[in-house]
Design a protein around this ligand. Structure first.
Ligand code: ADP
Ligand code: ASP
Ligand code: MG
Length: 448
């Protein structure tokens, strides 16, 4: 009979799965991930994993203490180690080889901690924080192998090459793609799963970089793009993409389908369910993205794919910790194009991301995330021409497909400082009405 060429082709289509910290936070989580993967035994799968639970936050504290040389870094690091070993003791026999593999990564991090840190915070950060993904991937790969799911471990740093922007590495696509084809494809051809880390990459000089917080979704998209995957799935603790963050809103609805366009708009404005850089590489190759629940793996989740004329319910995105900067020319000259050019050059150099802007004759206002060091550097840097009034502690609300009811609801208990409506999108910068004022408003109403 010979091989049927079409069947053969189907079998080699790669799928990429990503499991985040929430799915791997404890032994039960890891067992659950293995049971999900059991169903995909026959598939050509690349699995991308994050650090377990809140490990990255814990490692960030280790970095902070190490940079301060407070003497606390090693104690905090030992706690991270112990949490991993406690999980491992439930999953492995005492003599399992996995303990040595994990220990190797911890020892490398300890070498970094034993040295004086130098003053490149972001560089040191990447060399230490990568340990979270490295150990988590070693633990999950070993567990899958022990469970009868043959899995090859891959160091993502051998594939994902970035520039030297530590903590926010920019992917060098040609090199990354060449590495993926050269390394990953032959591993897949051997059969079994390939399992690697999200979030981390490497410079051409072999220094570890990271791709930005929550970057594992993006890593999975990088692998999907470079391997021409048939689909990508991210497994979350929610049933799919909802029309608002369920931690902040009560009556959310799941979106069964989303266009790439809608997904990119949502994530750009801070919907935390997917890292904002994830969509573009997938859209560029028309790779569908499934957002699925690891608690209910059979459920359909959300499919994000090519643009359609779907109608959507109001979709709400809340971004906290925003600042409003009112920038006014010192000499009362108009805020003209050359001023704008300078302001944006300074903002870009400091990597301050502008969420909203508006101008009048002599003032220009922007809403930006409050990263104090960067905002201070910006304000000082332009003080020769501009003075700046800064207001912190604000929220940016973005409503796609808004209606008047939703808007009125969202405004309750808030003071709106800044509002803009364009087709499909309404944005407002708000602050909470302080308690005293709110009581006054309520009294006013009671008198009513
Ligand atoms: P991971 O474990 O993959 O890192 P995250 O915690 O980063 O998962 O993302 C999932 C979380 O995103 C959910 O638990 C939910 O609280 C939050 N979230 C915020 N906005 C949304 C939204 N619009 N739809 C679904 N989840 C959302
Ligand atoms: N572990 C990293 C973080 O917590 C990356 C990720 O989880 O996506 O930011
Ligand atoms: Mg995450």
């Amino acid at each position: 009979m010979g091989h049927h060429p079409i069947l053969q082709l189907r079998l080699t289509i790669v799928q990429v799965f990503k499991f985040g910290g929430a799915s791997l936070k404890d032994p039960a989580g890891i067992r659950n991930v293995a049971s999900i993967l059991e169903r995909f035994k026959q598939e050509s799968l690349v699995i991308v994993v994050s650090a377990m639970g809140k490990t990255t936050n814990a490692l960030e504290e280790v970095v902070a203490e190490h940079m301060k040389q407070s003497g606390k870094a090693m104690t905090l690091f030992n706690a991270v180690k112990e949490r991993h070993y406690a999980i491992m003791r439930e999953l492995f026999d005492p003599g399992d080889e996995a303990f040595n593999l994990v220990n190797d990564t911890f020892v490398e991090a300890e070498w970094v901690l034993e040295e004086m840190p130098g003053n490149n915070y972001d560089y040191v950060y990447d060399q230490l924080v990568c340990a979270g993904e490295l150990v988590s991937s070693k633990i999950v790969a070993a567990y899958l192998n022990n469970s009868g799911l043959p899995t090859q471990w891959l160091d993502a740093r051998d594939v994902v090459i970035t520039d030297e922007t530590y903590r926010e590495g920019w992917v060098i696509w040609e090199k990354t793609r060449a590495n993926a084809q050269k390394l990953v494809q032959p591993m897949l051809d051997k059969g079994g799963f390939v399992l690697t880390q999200g979030f981390i990459g490497s410079t051409s000089e072999n220094a570890t970089t990271t791709l930005g917080r929550e970057g594992s979704d993006y890593s999975a998209a990088i692998f999907s793009f470079c391997l021409d995957a048939g689909s990508m799935s991210i497994w979350k603790d929610v049933p799919g993409v909802l029309n608002a963050d369920p931690r902040l809103f009560e009556h959310t609805v799941k979106l069964d389908r989303l266009s790439y366009r809608e997904a990119i708009e949502m994530t750009y404005y801070g919907a935390q369910v997917i890292h904002p850089k994830t969509i573009k590489p997938l859209q560029n190759k028309s790779i569908p993205l499934f957002v699925k629940s690891f608690l209910d793996p059979e459920a359909p989740g959300t499919e994000i794919s090519s643009d359609t004329e779907d109608t959507y319910p109001p979709i709400i995105v809340v971004e906290k910790n925003q600042s409003l900067l009112h920038i006014i020319t010192n000499d009362y000259s108009f805020v003209a194009e050359q001023h704008m050019a300078r302001l944006f050059a300074e903002l870009a150099a400091l990597r301050i991301f502008v969420n909203m802007m508006q101008n009048t004759a002599i003032s220009f206002s922007i809403c930006v995330p409050n990263v104090p060091e960067r905002l201070e550097a910006f304000i000082n840097g332009i003080s020769d021409e501009f003075r700046v009034k800064r207001e912190d502690g604000l929220e940016l609300l973005t409503i796609r497909h808004y209606n008047e009811d939703t808007i009125a609801n969202l405004k309750k208990g808030k003071i709106v400082l800044f509002e803009e409506r364009i087709r499909n999108t309404l944005q407002m910068v708000v602050k909470n009405v302080p308690a005293v004022e709110r009581r006054a408003v309520e009294l006013e109403r009671a008198k009513g």
